[in-house]
Write a protein that binds this ligand. Sequence first.
Ligand SMILES: [Fe+2]
Ligand SMILES: [Fe+2]
Length: 285
Amino acid sequence: MPPVLSSTAQTLSQTPYDINVRADLKWDFSKVGKQFVDGDPLISCLWAAFSIGAPVIERFFIKALKPTVDTIVGDEKLIDDVRCMIAQEVHHSAAHIVFNKHLESLGFDVKAVTKQMEATVQVMTRDMTPIDMLGIVAAGEHALYSFAQVFIRSNQVRKTMHPQVERLFLYHMLEEAEHGAVSHDQYRYFAGNDYFHRLRTASRARHLFSLLTDAVSTLSGQLDVEITAKNWIALHRYLWGNPGLFRLMIGNLAGYLAPWYQLTFTHEDEADIKRWNDELYAGQP
Ligand SMILES: [Fe+2]
Ligand SMILES: [Fe+2]
């Protein structure tokens, strides 16, 4: 049952600004080679997996968000947030598809990995109602928000990537940081504060991590160099040690499981978003 807004709370939106849909960005991946992260073949596979997964996950998110947005009543800000978020996701997919075509030209079997990921999404959403789907999206979006906070703030990660690939992820993660609260707001509109439902749907969203790790395994078999135990140890260190891409997400991820979870944006967050936006446009080819 949708909540009734009190006269003081005009919106469930936690986003204090209008969400910016950037439709004028240009991409040039022509000089990106197969080992585009610091010459490391397996860590490059990790980022290739992120990119191949983006359109798959975004298709699922949009499919879950769209049917309910037209039934939101009396909360224009929330409706605007959701529509802009969906528009952002459409543009993310388009940008990743440009890069994924380049990955395909380098010899990565993008189609096979996409198929494998779509099968995982099917398992993840089996027997789920439309409200359950919103819960999975809210949890998945929170994971992406957490990932964005780590990626954008880690020079160590960003500097080791080919600049045009780094820019693609800066763009995507900037917008994930911007709309980080939206699907949770939409979810609360329909599901209220049902904590056990949040836990149950968050647990389903764990499949997003296996989707990624399975893809890395598949992609690693498509390289023309041999992957040794040393490469796998380096990848493990990259994720859990130093820089610790996944390790650094743990605090933020755990926050979603707290009964009192909410996402608030400060003036500092808004200043960060503006700075990252300037960096993004400074790299426009
Ligand atoms: Fe996205
Ligand atoms: Fe998103």
